[in-house]
Design a protein around this ligand. Sequence first.
Ligand code: URA
Length: 190
Amino acid sequence: AGVSTVLEAMAAEATTCTRCRLSGGRRTVVFGSGSRSAHLMFVGEGPGAREDEQGLPFVGRSGQLLDRLLAEELGMDRADCYITNVVKCRPPENRDPRPDEIAACLPYLERQLALVDPTVVVTLGNFSSKLLLETDVGITKLRGQAYRFGDPERHLVPTFHPAAALRGGGEVMARMRADLVRAKMLMEAG
Ligand code: URA
């Protein structure tokens, strides 16, 4: 079966997922969106209220910023990338996802990575950066450079979560833009 068939089958299966307690409070499983043959994948933290309503990742305020930065720094549309999150269901009151919830959801992310097979992964914020780099180091220290991760190895560019850029203003935004340029260069280099 082709990649998109397998991804769609997995997304369909996930709509009834009860691997963790987040299934109890969700409206929609927000599995992922975009191109199944993308060279660039974004991994956020978890769905918020808007995402839970619409079933799509990054459609709220953070998503609007992501769309703008994608266009301005990469000349890309969200349809050109694949976008997903560490946890696929909205944590209640937007609390942080817990370690057991992250662990329960990780097999989905691993299979998304294997199927989409992106050249570059941009992790947005602490949760996805720490998870994929298997580190406790925080995003402020991690960002500013590219890493290799996984097997097969891929480029990983950690950056701030767009919500942090919205809160943090110009300085944070400028660093985020620089990280996206780093991702673009790695993508173009293959
Ligand atoms: N924040 C995230 O981390 N992911 C989303 O999908 C939306 C907001």
